[in-house]
Structures are given as structure tokens and as C-alpha cells.
Design a protein around this ligand. Sequence first.
Ligand code: P1T
Length: 386
Amino acid sequence: MTPSHTDGFATRAIHVGQGPDPATGAVVQPIHLATTFAQDGVGGLRAGFEYSRSSNPTRAALEECLASLEGAGHAFAFASGLAATTTLMLLLNPGDHVVYVDNVYGGTFRLFDKVLRRYGMEFSAVDASDPANVTAALTGRTRLVWLETPTNPLLRIVDIAAVAARAHAHGALVAVDNTFASPYLQRPLELGADIVVHSSTKYLGGHSDVVGGAVLTNSADIAEHVRFHQNSAGAVPSPFDCWLLLRGLKTLPLRMERQCDNAFTIARHLSAHPAVRRVIYPGLPEHPGHELAARQMGGRFGGMVGFEVTDEKAARRVLSRLRIFTLAESLGAVESLAEHPGLMTHASVPAAERYRIGIAGGLIRLSVGVEDVADLIADLDHALTD
Ligand code: P1T
């Protein structure tokens, strides 16, 4: 079958960039472990491949599939989400200014604050759920606006189209970390963003067995720079990792549907629980970004849920009593995970900053998997009882 860009998302997730292999008929993409490729005379590449850091057939298949799913002209795969972000940031120069949403993954904050500042880049954090805050932070040196939406872990929603219009009027580019939504729910390039970044470790892979990242764009100019830096810095994924991601992508729509359903049911259940102070889920009408999320994410709200109990001690107790939810960092896979953002994924954010943006000591983050939702609810209820 030759997939077409007019085929639906689920069809493209299974077929774009993938078998049957023309050489053997294998319906599954082969794993090309070769590091180098024979040349017919110097520079005579048989299929465009020269050396596997520069490009590799299994990685090319993954990049083609990812590009199709994000609606991007160009996709680049990396060894991790942070490798993708780091490589993208190499496009900036010392003195360039970045405005970023003040609630980002803790590792992204650490990269900006502890690493890239040392190379002369400047960063301003703003609550981008009000686009006016982005406009107010733009300076003559702002080259990039960096968004996450929904944010990690507070699930704030940022209006990508509104921020893109403001940033573009100022000559700045917009990058969106689309990890929490995945392209199944949200396609930032269609909303005006210039660049999408993923930690493909999460929903794209979906099985907690591969660390990866991606950068996607429709701009030929940005793509040329990312390609050059992907090869020059060399933070590329292995062929086996690319293959695992291709396999994971095939079930992204199925997994996401189930995760959204399970998460919604759990969010509603926790909202009525006496031991729970507050539930954070964009699908709940009381979430301040609810209407925007409904528009921007196609009426589905993702598989991540936050909730607050009294304090850190109570949160530690709940986390220690869970049986099906595994206490672990990461998210987006078939099995349900629970974690304490303040002590785990966002420990690199200074405590005062964490409290300022709303990451409380009693906050627990759930990555809801595809198990039977009744079992997940029973697990939470048991963990929350006195
Ligand atoms: O772990 P890595 O593949 O390098 O991806 C980093 C990253 C980037 N962006 C977002 C929104 C993320 O959530 C992450 C990684 N996050 C976790 C490990 C976590 O538990 O939140």
C-alpha cells in the first residue's frame, strides 16, 4: 500500500514510512544496524545513505512517519527529548533571548537555566496561559518563544495561535513541546507554531521501553539548520530505538483514546473524593483552560491528571500505598504511573519558584494508562483512605 497524506491519522500511523519492504516483502520495517553504506565510486550513494549518524534507513522511516502525523514537511529524530531541545537551541546565538512558559518539564528548565545561560542565551519565564504576558516579555533580542501545552505538571493550557500571532509580529519563532498532547490530539504547526518538539519517550513510544525525541517543522530554512546540527552534534537515536518507536506509533490513536477516557473518568471521580483538595484536568469545566483545550485538542483532554492532597506527608503516604499505579517518573505509556513533581520530575526547579507557579507539596501527578479504569479507581480509593 502507498499511503497518501489524505489518509486518516490511524492509517498513516501504521503505514507511512513502513513496509512492505521492497527487497523482501516483510510487512514490518527492517532494523538497519549498518553504520556505513557502500558507495559506487566516491560520493556515489546508492540510496542516499552514507553514514548512520547523518542518516539511516530505519531512522528515515521513523522521521517520515512522524512528519506525516504532525503535518510537518520535515522531521528529525533524536536520542532523547532533551537531545532534541538541546540541538534546536544550537540554532540560537549568544545574546539571543527566549521567552518560555514558566511551567515546563524540570529538565527543560534545568537545560535553559543551568546550561544554556552559560553560553550567553537569556531566558524569561512567563505565565503564557495569558498571551498578553508573552507580548510584555518580548524584547528586540527575542528569537524564540518556547511553549508547552498542556504544561508539565500543572496542565495549564496555552493558546498556540494567539501566542504565535504575537511572536511573529515581533519577528520571533514559536516552538511547542507537544509531548503531553501528542499529534493525535494537537498539531501546533497547523495552529501557527514554527517548530514542534517531542519527548518520544512518552506517548509516541507508549511502552516505557525507549528514550527518544524529535524536532519537526514546515520551514525549509529551519529544517536545514536542524539537519546540520543533528549531524554536527550527533545526538541521534539507534536504529533499534527508531524501530521501537515505529512500532509504538502504530497504536498511538488506540492508546490515546483509552487514556483520555480513563483519565476523564478518574478526574471526575477524584473531584468528588473527600481526601482530595483539588483536581487538575483540562477536561473538567472548572479548569481555566477548559474551553481553549476543547478547541485546541479536538475535544479530548489527554491522559495526565493532577490532584492535591493536604501536604507533602499526605502525598508521600498516598504514593506509598498505590498498587497498580507505579511510583515512577515519566509518562504516556500503557501502564499507569504516579509521581510527586516537587520531589521528583521538578526537583531541579528551586522550591520558591515551584510554589510561586503552583507546584504544591501535596501535588501528585498521574499518567493514566490503558488498564481497566475500575481497577485504577479502586487503587486510588484504597491509597486515599485513612
Ligand atoms: O526524558 P526525555 O526524553 O529527554 O524528554 C524530556 C522531556 C521533554 N518535554 C517534556 C514535556 C517532558 O515531560 C520530558 C520528560 N519528562 C519526564 C521524564 C517526566 O516524568 O515528566
